[in-house]
Write a protein that binds this ligand. Structure first.
Ligand code: DP6
Length: 331
């Protein structure tokens, strides 16, 4: 192997059009395409060292040995890479999130994107953006969207080859801000993977999926034309549709807390007063409040007056996953 160690960073992303439900749960081929924005300022940094003599892969997250299911997901991706690179050396994987753990920001997207980039480089493979995105997807679906920069579309596709993400617009294209209203830091009861598996039990999933191309087109156009009003309408609709599927799955999945609804309603009221702002909620109770950067201060100020918000994090559009120079990076 020409190189054994590499370090990479990737941002988490917020879905504007959501991925919910799989055609293939093993490869994470989604039921519908999705669109997201990378979140600048927050990242996972991962160092991968293929180490001869290591009996098995070792994975630490924020300096602690990771739980078994997470370690198994990491090894599953490393196995794919070992097969591609024709090696069988085990690896030490050290990951750090710079955003607070339990702040309600899913770290699987940034985590598996950083892992795909660092591990492929350390294994001596030079994968292009498309193949890195495909590889990241096998760790966690939404991770494929954390490989390219800025505003990103995941072309759902139907198989391992045609399911990958690409940039729709650069981070500089539109200075939107995601004001993340964190209402709970408790780990969710139902994981995204479990939720995806339940999606098809809802009678609404078919309608949500068949209407997805229309919503994707509205969202793409709104981003390209900087049309916040159109974006706000389709982003809220898409989030509500996903939660309608969750509520009506068997068993139902309800991620919202009373504070979640309070914030959603406050966002609607802000919009009525003329502020360009909208909400979107992932598989958890925290509310992502999107707005153009000019009004972000005012939006954060108004959110700060709502009771039940533990903290507000702010993120502008972020860049692509990237390698970090030097083999011996100190985290
Ligand atoms: C609600 O990508 O976390 O955030 O592939 O099982 O790891 P796995 O699921 P994941 O699902 C993300 C669900 C979502 C919507 C989205 O990000 O598109």
């Amino acid at each position: 192997m020409p190189e054994h160690v590499a370090t990479a960073e990737a941002h988490p992303n917020i879905a504007l059009i959501k991925y919910w439900g799989d055609l293939d749960p093993v490869l994470h081929i989604p039921a519908n395409g999705s669109i997201s924005m990378n979140l600048a300022g927050m990242f996972t940094r991962t160092r991968v060292s293929f180490t001869p003599g290591l009996a098995q892969d070792r994975f630490t997250l924020n300096d602690k040995t990771a739980d078994t299911p997470s370690a198994q997901r990491v090894s599953k991706m490393l196995d794919r890479l070992r097969l591609m690179a024709g090696i069988d050396t085990r690896a030490l994987v050290e990951s750090q999130n710079n955003f607070p753990t339990g702040a309600g920001i899913a770290s699987s997207a940034s985590g598996f994107a950083a892992l795909a980039l660092a591990a492929s480089k350390a294994a001596g493979l030079e994968l292009d953006e498309k193949d890195l995105s495909r590889l990241a997807r096998t760790g966690s679906g939404s991770a494929c969207r954390s490989i390219p920069a800025g505003f990103v579309e995941w072309q759902g596709g139907t198989n391992d080859e045609d399911s990958y993400a690409f940039t729709l617009a650069s981070p500089e294209h539109w200075d939107l801000v995601d004001c993340i209203a964190v209402v709970s830091q408790v780990e969710k009861q139902v994981s995204s993977s479990e939720g995806h598996a339940l999606a098809s039990t809802s009678v609404y999933q078919k309608a949500r999926v068949s209407d997805a191309p229309r919503r994707l087109e509205i969202c793409r156009k709104a981003i390209l034309e900087h049309d916040f009003e159109a974006l706000a309408e389709v982003v809220e609709l898409d989030s509500n549709l996903m939660h309608a599927v969750m509520f009506t799955s068997n068993p139902p999945v309800i991620y919202w807390l009373p504070e979640t609804v309070r914030i959603m309603q406050a966002v609607q009221s802000m919009r009525k007063t003329g502020l360009p702002v909208c909400y979107t909620v992932d598989a958890g109770p925290n509310v992502h409040v999107l707005c153009p950067s000019e009004v972000a201060g005012e939006v954060a100020n108004q959110l700060g007056q709502i009771t039940g918000i533990a903290q507000i994090l702010m993120a502008h559009p972020g860049g692509a996953a990237r390698l970090v120079n030097g083999k011996n990076n100190v985290f």
